[in-house]
Design a protein around this ligand. Structure first.
Ligand code: ADP
Ligand code: ZN
Length: 749
């Protein structure tokens, strides 16, 4: 059926109407069908495809809304009207996709050279599916009388009254209804008064958020920034503002004022956060400010909840959505504001399937909707800073932390001189500081961005290193789960006793630390300390995450040991010391963006310290103390660091000073992949201002059993990549199960 391609405008014929329909399949464009009545673009329909029946969407016949450079080539094939198959039915239970969303889908596809149908599939995944329910959990009153020991504070009474009045609800909803904090609710659960319960309804608020519910008193600096953001929203036209502010400066409070402005206009707001785990704390803050919870959107929510949210967003009832990047594909009826929190985060990049950068596409989404966009960060990406310099983005800055909190003092522990004894990973200096903190009743955090026990297992007898059979990667020991796991595919194997190469017994040794190993070291060093490990594989559910946050807030924890999950926007006022176990970790690997990324991550994690009334300290363990990243961190000179980075990238036209696309050629056989990559390089585009680099083995030269070679196409900023790429790759045929994947604006290079 792939022969039914783009056609000129639908024309009235005796037998009915010719309509373009985009289906969720990897074709180059929409297919033509016939139907006896005309249907407006956006109408969701059921159509035959081969022997299947699938759900698709009536589409514009020609993507004239795209800039010429991005427009995919038209197909010359035209199916005669008589041979067209008919649309089976109109899906009346699914609201039509708004024009802004359709244009956005075309944009994402054209920019990333993806098939538009595969992008549509993201947007239709939820409404077009039935079944597959995953429950949404909340709190209910446990049956039976209240425990006698229970102290009934006014806040606790308010929670019980809210449950009585409205029935089971999520933490955030309950908090909004009762005015009690989440800690009070969790305290009641702890006391055995509440139990977890499956919520029947949606996680949405019944009441719309109120822009004037509980506005904070802003500092002069905050008020000024908020004012500018409010004005940006009130223009009712596309514009982008970078809200830059040190960690703890109150960026959230400030952009909430822009949210309020959009609400007053009766428009909708989308807030993207880089990590699902962060939505809990965010939702509570939102509820305090606006009196009700926002809709939450991410893949861990139940089907039913997501379907209802989808509808409520489409009919404009749901006013505010917070979520992961896939929320960009919700059918907003009247979008007025898009916020990208922690805009520099590389987690915004979708790295599988349809590739797109959530931040960049958020800007496109805002532009197509005539909405304001706000990018929020303490350490903006170089892309964003360049856009500010060029005057494309506005810029608002918060210079100081809110209230009494001041910026933490950052110091370096030179591990060459002050490292620990062999086999240990925490320097005596860091341990002393932890001890001092504990004596003072303060909390500390150790940060190491590596899950598991040890990143490498080595045979002392023969030197063999245990590698994933499917990837060019070492197997990571996870001692608690008693396995070796590949962090790039899902391959695992049980821990072994003997070396698989030389069969020597008891010769395998773990090399280097993961957080399990740091946990072990801390346990031995501070047996009395109350420890909490936070990593994506120990905190697997939102409930587990909430419980961890509760423990920290109620000071049931002395020391937190965590991966990048703890680095993000958390606000723990009693946390005064942050120790970075291996500050050098992200710097290896020859990636030009490594320094920028390490800088952003370490700055972010440092920002967790000293957010309350007590001053914070950050200690970086490093073997490369004179590295520009370490120097910038201890001198707190982010601007100079970024200038140095810019100076390195500008001459070679590296992003953001030029454009870049990675072309990854992969095949089950190395020779096949390499031959195709060489062929591509030889027949590549050439001309003024463009260059092909490679082929070279890709950063992961073997992944899931496929050998990978990478070519980079780098062009000057004023040259559009997409037509060059399309022309280059158009005639290429892939044999031997080889594949070509294109990644426009790769995150690492
Ligand atoms: P950032 O996102 O810049 O790191 P947050 O928005 O998390 O900072 O603010 C840090 C803390 O200060 C939060 O607990 C926040 O509620 C509080 N805060 C910031 N501004 C105000 C204000 N104007 N009034 C009351 N609390 C504020
Ligand atoms: Zn693997």
């Amino acid at each position: 059926m792939a022969e039914q391609r783009l056609s000129p405008h639908s024309r009235r014929r005796e037998a009915g109407h010719r309509l373009s329909v985009l289906v969720p399949r990897p074709f180059a464009g929409p297919l033509d069908y016939k139907f006896d009545t005309p249907l407006a673009p956006g109408t969701v329909v059921r159509v035959p495809l081969g022997r299947q029946e699938i759900v698709g969407c009536v589409w514009e016949a020609e993507p004239t809304h795209l800039p010429v450079d991005l427009r995919p080539p038209r197909s010359s094939r035209h199916v005669a009207f008589g041979s067209l198959r008919a649309i089976i039915s109109v899906e009346t239970r699914i609201p039509a996709l708004p024009e802004t969303l359709r244009h956005f889908i075309d944009w994402v596809a054209a920019y990333g050279l993806s098939a538009p149908g595969m992008v549509l599939a993201i947007a239709l995944r939820v409404p077009a599916q039935g079944g597959g329910m995953k429950p949404m959990l909340g709190w209910a009153r446990k049956a039976g009388p209240l425990p006698e020991s229970l102290r009934l504070t006014p806040a606790r009474n308010a929670v019980l009254a809210a449950l009585e009045a409205h029935g089971p609800a999520s933490t955030a909803a309950l908090s909004a209804q009762s005015g009690a904090s989440a800690a009070v609710i969790r305290g009641l659960a702890h006391a055995g008064v509440l139990e977890e319960s499956v919520l029947e309804g949606s996680p949405m608020s019944a009441t719309p958020p109120e822009p004037d519910y509980a506005p904070p008193i802003l500092s002069a600096e905050q008020a000024e920034a908020a004012h500018a953001l409010i004005e940006a929203v009130e223009e009712r036209a596309f514009n982008v503002t970078l809200l830059e502010g040190v960690t703890g400066s109150g960026k959230t409070e400030v952009y909430f004022e822009a949210v309020a402005a959009a609400l007053r206009q009766g428009r909708q707001v989308l807030v993207l956060v880089p990590e699902i785990a962060l939505t809990t704390q965010w939702t509570e803050r939102f509820a305090k400010r606006f009196g009700t919870i926002p809709a939450i959107w991410h893949s861990d929510l139940g089907q039913k909840a997501r379907r209802e949210t989808w509808r409520a967003v489409a009919d404009g009832q749901q006013r505010v959505v917070v979520g992961a990047r896939s929320a960009l594909f919700l059918p907003f009826a009247a979008l007025g504001l898009v916020v990208v929190d922690e805009e520099h985060e590389s987690t915004y990049k979708q790295e599988e399937g349809v590739l797109y950068h959530g931040r960049d596409m958020a800007i496109v989404r805002a532009r197509l909707a005539g909405a304001a966009a706000i990018l929020v960060s303490a350490t903006p990406s170089m892309e964003t800073l360049v856009n500010v310099q060029k005057g494309r983005f506005r810029h608002e800055v918060l210079e100081s932390r809110h209230g009494p909190a001041c910026m933490p003092e950052i110091s370096l522990i030179d591990m060459r001189d002050h490292g620990p004894e062999r086999g240990l990973f925490l320097s005596p200096l860091l341990c002393e500081s932890i001890e001092d903190g504990m004596k003072a009743g303060e909390q500390s955090m150790l940060f190491l961005n590596r899950r598991g026990y040890a990143p490498l297992t080595l045979c002392r007898a023969c030197g063999h290193r245990i590698q994933c059979p499917h990837c060019a990667a070492w197997m990571v020991e996870h001692r608690r789960r008693r396995i070796l796991a590949c962090h790039h595919c899902d391959y695992t194997q049980p821990l072994m006793k003997a070396c698989p190469a030389c069969e020597a017994e008891d010769s395998l040794v773990p090399i280097g630390p993961g957080i399990e190993r740091i946990h072990e070291e801390v346990q031995a060093r501070f047996p009395e300390a109350r420890l909490l490990v936070m990593a994506s594989d120990t905190l697997t559910s939102p409930a587990a995450m909430e419980e961890a946050v509760r423990k920290i807030a109620q000071k049931e924890v002395d020391l937190i040991i965590g991966t990048q999950i703890v680095a993000k926007g958390w606000h723990f006022p009693d946390l005064t010391l942050v120790g970075v176990v291996d500050a050098d970790l992200g710097l290896g690997g020859g990636d030009l963006r490594a320094a920028e990324r390490t800088m952003q991550l370490l700055h972010q994690v440092a920002g967790r310290a000293g957010r309350g009334s007590k001053p914070g300290r950050v200690m970086l363990q490093s073997y490369v103390g004179d590295h520009p990243v370490m120097q910038a961190l201890i001198e707190n000179d982010f601007i100079r660091f970024m200038e140095q980075e810019a100076a390195q990238r500008r001459p070679g036209f590296w992003p953001p000073y030029g454009r870049l696309a990675a072309v990854i050629v992969s095949a089950p056989k190395e020779t096949h992949a390499e031959a195709l990559a060489r062929h591509l390089a030889l027949n590549g585009p050439h001309g003024e201002g463009m260059e092909i680099l490679g082929p070279a083995p890709a950063p992961l030269a073997l992944l899931r059993g496929r050998y990978r070679f990478r070519l980079l196409l780098r062009t000057r900023r004023d040259i559009a990549l997409q037509p060059v790429l399309r022309h280059w790759l158009a005639g290429v045929t892939c044999k031997n199960d080889a594949r070509i994947d294109v990644d426009v604006d790769p995150v690492s290079f």
